[in-house]
Design a protein. Structure first.
Length: 117
């Protein structure tokens, strides 16, 4: 039997153009199943992504929340639990928001970085 890693993701991290549409590239990024948006798009173009055992397009209708979706990418499997908020300790893993993944070099507060000699 496969070991399915379960990850809770906030709806705002993966929502598409409207609140009832799931943006699949954002989902793959949030799950750590793609290295970038471009990588996610290529994987989708190769038809290598399934959601609940169905090959998926770039966006899909979001099921009622909390949504539990089995995501498969080339043999890797994770379960995404998408909800509007986190509920205590019910998840096995929590990922950083996608927006933080993009900006690893920012310097919060605008203070100069220390100089090392």
């Amino acid at each position: 039997m496969e070991d399915l890693g379960e990850v809770t993701i906030l709806l705002d991290e993966v929502v598409g153009p409207s609140r009832d549409v799931l943006n699949v590239p954002k989902l793959l990024l949030a799950l750590g199943m793609a290295d970038s948006g471009l990588d996610a798009m290529r994987t989708l173009a190769e038809r290598a992504v399934t959601l609940d055992d169905k090959v998926t397009p770039i966006t899909v209708k979001l099921p009622p929340l909390p949504a539990r979706i089995v995501v498969r990418v080339r043999g890797r499997v994770k379960v995404a639990v998408i909800d509007e908020k986190f509920e205590g300790e019910k998840t096995a893993e929590r990922v950083r928001p996608v927006s933080r993944l993009r900006d690893k070099t920012s310097n919060p507060g605008g203070t100069p970085a220390p100089v090392t000699a």
